[in-house]
Design a protein around this ligand. Sequence first.
Ligand code: ADP
Ligand code: ZN
Length: 594
Amino acid sequence: MPDTALGLLNRVFGYPAFRGRQAEIIEMLAGGGDAMVLMPTGGGKSLCYQIPALLREGCGVVVSPLIALMQDQVAALRELGIAAAFLNSSLSPRGAAEVEADFVAGRLKLLYVAPERLLTPRFLQLLAQVRVALFAIDEAHCVSQWGHDFRPEYLGLSQLHERFPQVPRIALTATADAVTREEIRARLNLAEAQLFVASFDRPNIRYRIAEKQDGRRQLLAFLRDGREHQAGIIYCGSRRKVEETAAWLQREGYPALAYHAGLESRVRERNQERFLREEGLIMVATIAFGMGIDKPDVRFVAHLDLPRSIEGYYQETGRAGRDGLPAEAWMVWGMADVVAQRRFIDESEAGDAYKRVASAKLDALLGLVETASCRRVALLNYFGEAAQPCGNCDTCLEPPTLWDGSEAAKKALSAVYRTGQRFGAGHVIDVLLGKPTDKVSQWRHDKLSVFGIGGELDEKRWRAVFRQLLAQGRLAVDHDAYGALQFTAGSRPVLRGEETVFFREASRPTKVARKARAAEAGEDTPLFDALRAWRRAAAEQHNVPAYVIFHDSTLRQIAAQKPATLGELAGIPGIGAKKLEAYGAGILQVVASC
Ligand code: ADP
Ligand code: ZN
C-alpha cells in the first residue's frame, strides 16, 4: 500500500497529527504545486518539505544557508531511518564526491545544499541527471534586502524555476512583513505559488519587557529565579558587550559562552557546537547567532538591548521553546538604546526609503515595549493577525498601573518648546527639575518660566515620561540636530490640553516561585533525570546532540506515563518506528529501574 502523508507522520516521525496547515502544504507540494510558507520559528516548517519528498519519486533538494543547521537536520533524519545527506564546505572533496555519487545513483531521499554550491555549473549539471522530487528554499527571506540576513547567493535561486520548471518548489520563512513577502515572491519567481500563512502565535512563550535600570542586576535576578540549569540565549547590541557580559556571567558562576561575528571562526564554531550539544549552557551573542539554530530546548531568550524591529525581536525570541514546553522571552530596554538606534539609522549610508522603513520599524517596536495592553496581541497585530489578551505575558499577568500624565506631558512639552527644541532629554529634565548646571547657566535657561516647574517627579520618572512621549509619537528625536527633541503633529494637542495622555507606571519585577516553574516544566522527577542521563549517553555514542535522540517533551511524557511495554512506548509522541527499534528496550529498562 502506498504511504500517505499521515501514515509517514505517524510511523516515521512518531507524531499523531499535523499541526496548523502542514497537511494542506504537503498535499499541495506532493501534487506538484508550488507553495510559499510563512510560519513562525518552531512552527514545524521542515515537515512541510520532508514528507512530500518522501511521498514523491526522486530526491528532495533543500537549500539552506547554514552549515550547522544542515548537519543537525541530516543527523535527525538519519535517526529516523531516512536516507539524507548534505553538501557544503565542511565536507572533504572525497566526502562530497561520495554524497554526489549517492545523489546521482538515486540513493538519497533528501539532500541539503548550500546555495553557493547549488548554483555551481557542476551541481546544476548533476541536477539535470537526477530525478528531483522538489526544491525547498529554507530561510527564503535571505533573498530580500529587508530581511536582516540578506545573502546575495539567494538571488541566483530564481534559475531553479527556469531550468527545472516541472519540479515543485516551496519557499519557507519566519519573516512575514509585507515588503519582505513580496520581494521573496518576485525574486524567487514564485508569483504563482500558493501562500500559506500560519498563525504566528507561540503560545508557550511568555513575554516580559521591562525598563532597564541596572541591566546586569535585572538579568541576574531573572536567572536566579529558577533558571540555573536551563539553556538560554542572551542577545546584546554590540560585540564588546557580548564579551563583557559572557565574562561577567562566568564570574557569577554561569556556564556562559560568547558568539559574535568578530570572533575567530574556530572559536565561534566550537561555542555554537557546545551550545547545541551540551545541556544548560547560556549563549551570549549578537544577532549574528541564531539563524538556523533549531535547538528545541532553549528555555529563555533574553535581550539586554533593544532589537532593531519587531521582526527581529520575534525571530530571536522564537528560538525559545521550540519543543512546545513553557519558555520565556525577557527583555530590558532603555532610552539610550532608542537614541543609539535612531542615530544609527540616520547616519547610515542607505537611501531615504530605507531610512523611513527602518525608522517606522523602530517606532513599531517602541509601541510594543511601551504598550499597556497584551504584548501578544500587539505582536500578532503587527503580523496582521487578530488575537485576544493571552494571559501569558507580563501585561496580562500583572497589568501595569496607568496614570493620567496630561499635566506632566504638558510641562515636558513646554520645556522642550521653551528651550528651543534644540536639546536632548537630559538637559530638558535638568531644566524641569531646576538644576543649576553649567549648561543651564550657559544658555540662561534658569530665566525660563519652565525652570524648576517639574519638582513633583524625580529624574527617573521624567525619563519615563519622555520615553513614552517618544513612543507615543508626541515627540521625535532629530539627529541632524544632535539628538534634539522636537515637536511632532501629536505634540500641540497635548500642550493645548485637548488630549489626555496616559503613561504606564514603571514595571515591578515579579517573582514566580522556582518550584512552581520546575513543576510546570515537569522536570524534577528522578525518572526524568535518569532518562536524561540515558539520553546523554546515547547522544554521545551516536555523536549527535541530545535532542536529536529525543526531545525533552518526549522524555517528559515517558516520565509521566511510565510505559512498561514497547506498545505503550510507541504511543508517545516523538517515538517513530525506527527510534522504537533502536532505543525502545533501553528506555523500558530505565523506566523499570527507577
Ligand atoms: P521551524 O523550522 O518551523 O522552526 P521545525 O520544523 O524545526 O520548525 O519544527 C519545530 C519542532 O516541532 C520540531 O521539533 C518538530 O519535530 C516539531 N513538530 C513539527 N511538526 C509537528 C507535528 N505535526 N507534531 C508534533 N511535533 C511537530
Ligand atoms: Zn498577554
